[in-house]
Design a protein around this ligand. Sequence first.
Ligand code: ADP
Length: 221
Amino acid sequence: MVAVPPQNPAQAVIGIIFGPPGSGKGTQASRIESESRLKHLSTGEILRAEVAKGTPTGKEAGRIMAAGDLVPDELIVDIVRSRLPEAEAGAGVLLDGFPRTVRQAQALDAMLAEEGHRVDRVIALEVPEADLVERLLHRAEVEGRADDTREAIAERMHEYHKLTEAVLDHYSRQGVEVVRIDGTGSPDQVFGRIRRAFPSALDRDGAPGPKGPGRVGEHTN
Ligand code: ADP
């Protein structure tokens, strides 16, 4: 089948929020979602929901996640493939926790290309490792996430350095805009820095993409 390019391929903004475990990707992505019309897609949240529901995917992923390892690329790529079209049809998407390997990035690029899209920008949160470990251990006390044990945290950091960091180079080499944001301090301070980096993209009326029907985002006012 010949792929028919969408009417306005530039319409959907494809962003990635990137950073090591504990850098605040999920927190900042939720805030960006509420102040723009981008749809927040978190693979970690999707997987945790599958684990909670006890689905076959959840059973496979749960043990891997608790050990701090990455779930297989094919499994996560299939999940994203099933959710991406809806987000792409709207104002855009902010991916959180994906892609986490170069193979995932290549799969994402191919999926987007089918719709005439590409990754537009990467927001990379930067936090020193000692702060990350402290944050995650604190979160363990508050939220009790299965992968916030000392052993699993060490493994997640190891996987990040071994496999995930290379995703940033993958996009830099393609000439994708990579915006580095100091992720230290309070969530408000970090969000203030993101806002300053994207003055028009994050105010509700100046959100990326034209206003109109058929958006996925619920935040229209
Ligand atoms: P964090 O960034 O704090 O580690 P996430 O919620 O993004 O938290 O991810 C939690 C876990 O879910 C990861 O350690 C991994 O096991 C799994 N996971 C999430 N996204 C992916 C992905 N894209 N590829 C492989 N595993 C993933």
